[in-house]
Design a protein around this ligand. Structure first.
Ligand code: SAM
Length: 273
């Protein structure tokens, strides 16, 4: 493949900030990301936002087939050139947020799949939640995201970063930061550093009423400075005495705040409300 900067230049490509276009050019980093995603030759991969196709090429080398969803049609000539010698990739020019679960299933054949993406930062949370809450879940999600967001996703209860998103992920899988990535690795350079995060999905809590647990979590963090009891009574039809007794029975101080409980405690609390 020709140098990616030349391909972009020759096609008069203009970066679109609105689509979070910060491309990776470093081949070592691209290879490391694919390694972190634990892609094997049997894997079907869904990529979000192939950009100039540099990550797509590395994914394709490691997997059976990669399906890449790209919102920006201006990248068509660029991707046609950068992927012309790759025969196990397919680019679909669509906003991933408008691709239904059924359409995704039909496109990729309905089998197991892994998600890999250098995500545009503006859709990090909706993308994670969409795949976690789907009836057609991937085996894993490996994404390059803003470092601060990555730190929030792996934070532990009792810390300031710990929040509703961390707990929601814990209901469906295990998350780890595989590496930190300097802002200098991107073109154009963003004003934040990044990290690669992998979420391995599991069905540890398959018998749990996840919708209810998420309602309790949402309530617990609705007013960050309020106690858990106050947040619960403003969101559920339950008396103060009753919820305080529930917390005492769980061995918790009634003045506890939402960020002090881990996912198992939220499941227990949800069962008791
Ligand atoms: N994968 C490339 C790389 O690593 O160099 C590009 C990553 S760039 C951070 C994000 C890419 O996602 C851009 O190509 C952008 O156009 C695309 N994109 C943004 N929003 C999207 C959406 N809703 N659906 C599909 N692609 C999207």
């Amino acid at each position: 493949m020709r140098n990616v900067k030349e391909i972009l230049k020759d096609n008069n490509f203009r970066f679109n900030k609105q689509f979070g276009q910060n491309f990776i050019t470093d081949t070592n980093l691209l290879g490391s990301m694919v390694q972190d995603a634990k892609i094997t030759k049997d894997d079907i991969v869904v990529e979000i936002g192939p950009g100039a196709g540099t990550l797509t090429r590395e994914i394709a080398k490691a997997c059976k087939k990669v399906y890449s969803f790209e919102i920006d049609r201006n990248l068509k000539p660029v991707l046609e050139e950068s992927l012309k010698d790759i025969d196990n990739s397919q680019v679909i020019f669509k906003d991933i947020q408008k691709v239904s679960e059924n359409e995704l299933k039909e496109t990729i054949g309905g089998g197991n799949y892994k998600v890999v993406a250098n995500l545009p930062y503006y859709i990090t949370t909706p993308i994670i939640m969409r795949f976690l809450e789907s009836d057609y879940k991937p085996e894993s999600i490996t994404i390059m995201i803003q470092k601060e967001v990555a730190e929030r996703l792996v934070s532990k209860e009792g810390t300031e970063e710990f929040g509703a998103i961390t707990l929601s992920i814990a209901l469906d899988g295990e998350v780890c930061i595989t590496r930190n990535v300097s802002r200098e690795m991107f073109m154009p350079m963003p004003n934040v550093d990044s990290a690669i995060v992998r979420i391995d999905l599991n069905d540890k809590y398959k018998d749990v009423d996840k919708k209810k647990v998420k309602r309790v979590i949402k309530a617990a963090f609705s007013m960050r400075r309020k106690t858990l009891v106050n947040n619960i009574i403003s969101n559920f039809d339950i008396k103060r005495d009753a919820i305080e007794k529930v917390l005492c029975d769980m061995g918790l101080d009634p003045r506890v705040r939402g960020e002090a409980l881990d996912i198992d405690k939220y499941i227990e609390l949800s069962n008791k409300i």
